[in-house]
Design a protein around this ligand. Structure first.
Ligand code: GSH
Length: 72
């Protein structure tokens, strides 16, 4: 099942969530606490060294950048 690492106040995150919901509603949503700085810490930093949401983990295939995720 795809996992989406997002934050509710992040427009790129919501863009990806709209796409996922339309195409594959069977996904897991993982909220990253941007206010606490979780995006700059492990284990999230291993997914995206740039420390930004959204990130998609599709069975181990990791992708960041909302436009790239939606294209994928
Ligand atoms: N170009 C990126 C932008 C991603 C981005 O800027 N994400 C922000 C939230 S909207 C973020 O994670 N900020 C956390 C930080 O910079 O520490 C995309 O479209 O995915």
């Amino acid at each position: 099942m795809p996992k989406a690492y997002v934050h509710p106040l992040s427009p790129p995150s919501n863009k990806v969530l709209f796409g996922l919901h339309a195409l594959d509603p069977d996904y897991e949503r993982v909220q990253i606490d941007l206010a606490r700085g979780e995006q700059g810490e492990e284990p999230f930093k291993a997914l995206n060294p740039f420390g930004k949401v959204p990130v998609l983990d599709d069975e181990g295939f990791i992708l960041s950048e909302s436009g790239a995720i939606l294209t994928y």
